[in-house]
Design a protein around this ligand. Sequence first.
Ligand code: ZN
Length: 302
Amino acid sequence: MKMIDYPKSVVVEEQGLRDGLQNEAKVLPTEKKLEIIDAMIGAGVKSIQVASVVDPKIVPQMADAESLCAGLKKRDGIVYSMLVLNQKGMLRAVHAGGCHVTASISASNTHSQRNTGMTLDKARGQLAEMVAIGKKSRLTVRGGIQCAFGCRYEGHIDPNTVMDMVKEQLDLGIDEVELADTTGMADPRTIQEICGPVRNLTGDKPVYLHLHDTEGKGLANALAALQVGITHFDSAFGGMGGCPFVKGASGNIATEDLVFMLQQMGIETGIDTSKIAAISRSLEDFFKRRFSGKMHQLLNRD
Ligand code: ZN
């Protein structure tokens, strides 16, 4: 049997402050978010999604996106990013400055309408405008595709739709691609069938894979993706998170679990799992509940 070539290193983007928090009713103060960002950088995280720029009435946890951005310290080699879902969000992100952006739309027409009030066609049109605004302001723009592997409302998503959307975004001049398993419905085989061809399309441009562990397949899907050349992953401390617009969507894959597995496989991330685990435990104390990740419960407990 042929041995699989795994990458030597992988980039892990921490999205706990965005995806992890957006479902939480108790608002984490801006100061505390900035402390967590410092702690993440201390743990070796180089890429951090700090907020989504959305209507604060709908997601109060993200109301401080601009002030958080203003409080970020510029550091060599550290990339901060924000998630934007429409043109208004992109304009706010440009105005806030200092962050790269992920401009994300859904591959599911129903999810798109429920999440943003736009049909898929309209969202694709708006994405073109979002990318143009971001590029004009010299931001690094990642094009994101939500529900790329399935949708709670529509079920199966045609992989051809995903491929067409990736091609369209590459034509618009995006710098990076993100495929999101927003609902956690992906399985390792589907991951390979979609990520492999997307990887071939994008050339040097990185493809970030955003996995949720809703159905318990998160790390299996990460492993499947590694085998077809995916080297960029999103994750959240403690496995926090869920999409406020997708019923039953639970957390991201936990950063400490992903990094721990990669480390055991001899794949570098530069991230210290014990330090991430400590962040997860401090947030469990703040929110007064247990997170679904595993390693923060095991590593360096006093
Ligand atoms: Zn997510």
